[in-house]
Design a protein around this ligand. Structure first.
Ligand code: ZN
Length: 212
């Protein structure tokens, strides 16, 4: 979590605590609601800037991008629900962390698709099933392979890796399969991401999908 996001979180939590002590819908309660809403808008704007810049750097380093095909629309919606509805009081720090981080990852995925498209590069959105349980070396899938949040140890071939790196290798493998299939099909034109992706408030359109 970047420092500015943590600072925003602290400010929001502090404002919500102050608000909780006020009489609901009183003048001072409403003034605090306004400040909380402003803080949410600020963090949403910063998140978007961070996501756009990070996506630009990532896309500059790679010809082909691979992402898990997570339900970004609903991720974005849930985070927006939080951001647009500060009255809902996501005071619990961990809940707020989660909402801010989900929103950031959703924005990042969206911008990766957009920036890759602008650069004439491909983004493959791969099936996310079992990416964290499958062994990247031998393909064995077992939930016991994931020993803890960070540690992956294959129960069949003993391949050991950081769980995130193992999952990333699986995602890359699946994207390579998409890339190969696409080349074998004669590199047909791919559907472009809808321009609606660019508009912040209505970006429910899905980015480019990998062919089946
Ligand atoms: Zn294995």
């Amino acid at each position: 979590m970047p420092a500015w996001m943590r600072q925003s979180r602290e400010r929001i939590v502090a404002l919500q605590r102050r608000q909780a002590r006020k009489v609901k819908f009183s003048r001072s309660w409403r003034a605090l609601a306004k400040r909380i809403a402003r803080e949410y808008r600020k963090v949403a704007q910063r998140t978007d800037n961070w996501a756009r810049e990070t996506a630009r750097q990532l896309v500059a380093q790679a010809e082909v991008m691979a992402l898990e095909n997570l339900d970004l629309a609903s991720m974005t919606r849930s985070a927006k629900g939080t951001i647009d509805n500060p009255g809902r009081n996501v005071a619990a720090k961990s809940g707020l962390n989660r909402a801010l981080q989900d929103a950031a990852l959703g924005r990042l995925a969206t911008w990766v698709c957009v920036k890759a498209e602008e650069a004439g590069r491909r983004t493959w959105l791969v099936d996310p099933a079992h990416t964290s349980q499958q062994c990247a070396r031998c393909g064995h899938t077992d939930k016991n392979n994931r020993q803890s949040r960070d540690v992956f140890v294959c129960q069949r071939c003993a391949h050991t890796a950081h769980a995130d790196l193992n999952a990333a290798a699986n995602i890359a493998d699946r994207a390579r399969a998409c890339e190969t299939a696409w080349r074998q099909a004669g590199s047909p034109p791919l559907p472009r991401p809808s321009p609606r992706l660019r508009r912040r408030r209505t970006d429910t359109a899905r980015p480019r999908l990998a062919p089946a």
